[in-house]
Design a protein around this ligand. Sequence first.
Ligand SMILES: [Zn+2]
Length: 198
Amino acid sequence: MERLGAIERAIHELGKLPGIGPKTAERLTHYLLTADRSQVVALTDALRALKEAVRPCRQCFNPTEEELCRICRDPHRDSSVVCVVEQPRDLMALERTGTYRGLYHVLQGRLAPLENIGPEQLTIDALLERVRRGGIQEVIMATNPTLEGDGTALYISNLLANSGVRITRLARGIPSGGVLEFANTQMLADALEGRRAF
Ligand SMILES: [Zn+2]
C-alpha cells in the first residue's frame, strides 16, 4: 500500500473512532489543520496520557491513575457489596444514579463464544479471588440484559453458588436487549433498588 500523506493518515485514524464517519473524520482533520498548534499539542498529550497513565484498578479493574481507583479507596463505600459490570461505562451509569454505595468489579467484557471470548479473557478469576478473600456479603450481577450479558451472569453465579455470598441480579427495569450505559438514571436506580436473588 502506498504510504499515506499526513492529511490522509489523520482522516484514516480519526475515522476508526466510534461514531465518526468518513465525512466527520475529514471535517475534524481540516479543523485540526487550521487550529492553534497549542490546541493540537494539548490533544495529543491528553491522548498519550490516557494510554500511559491510566491502568485498571488493582482490585476492581475500573480505569485509574492510582493503584486503587477512587471508589475502592473511598472509606465511606460499603466493601461488603460488589456490583459486577461488563465495562467501565456501565459503572459510570450506575454511579450517576447516586444511590449505590458499594464497590464494583469490572469484567472487561462479557462471555461471547461466537467471538471466542471465554472466561480467561475476562476478570472472573480475580472476582473469585476477591470473594475467597472474604468480607463480601453480596454480589450484584449488573451485566447487560442481553443474551450474552445474561449468560455471563449465569456463568459467574454458578461459580459463586457455594461461596456463601448472596447473589442478586438487577431487576428487569431495563428493556431486554438494552444496555446499562444508555439506561435512564431513575430506571437504573429502580433496577438496583428492586434487585432480586439470582
Ligand atoms: Zn477499584
